[in-house]
Design a protein around this ligand. Structure first.
Ligand SMILES: [Zn+2]
Length: 154
């Protein structure tokens, strides 16, 4: 087993790809926490519960997901703060994003052309570099910490 593993480690290309995708996954986990906390605080004023962006029902933080207005792991909306909101499982998965209602909400929150701007972003393929992801990771950690500090004042 050990020999097999070290053989794999010896190949340069896959290991680099692995690192970027692993880091991207870590950043996504942080981004998801950030989005859900942000929206919980915004919609209920409490960090443990939030309203789904599209059906408006109230869910526990843990039951909410970070749902994209325009999905896709490779476009420039992956880590878009305007393009991602707390959403319930039913809207995000069963209703595939509940897109019509999501569009209405995007326009209401960010103005007339916001949906088109996000659609434009979705056509751009975004390839992240490790330094970019690391910067994003540090930034998200900071933002989450700031929100947690706020919670202490409740
Ligand atoms: Zn919902």
């Amino acid at each position: 087993m050990r020999t097999l593993d070290s053989n794999k480690m010896g190949m340069k290309k896959p290991i680099k790809k692995m690192t970027i995708s692993k880091l991207k996954k870590k950043v996504w986990e942080l981004f998801s926490v950030y989005i859900r906390k942000r929206d919980c605080l915004e919609t209920t004023g409490c960090a443990s519960f939030g309203l789904c962006v599209t059906c408006g029902k109230r869910y526990h933080f843990k039951l909410l997901q970070a749902g994209h207005f325009i999905p896709g792991r490779h476009n420039a909306n992956l880590f878009s703060e305007k393009g991602t909101h707390a959403q319930c499982y039913n809207c995000n998965i069963n209703l595939r994003g509940n897109t019509l209602e999501y569009r209405r909400q995007i326009i209401q929150m960010y103005g007339e052309d916001a949906d088109e701007a996000l659609e434009h972003n979705a056509n751009q393929i975004k390839k992240f570099t490790i330094p970019e992801l690391e910067e994003l990771q540090a930034d998200l950690k900071e933002k989450i910490k700031l929100m947690e500090d706020l919670e202490l004042w409740d």
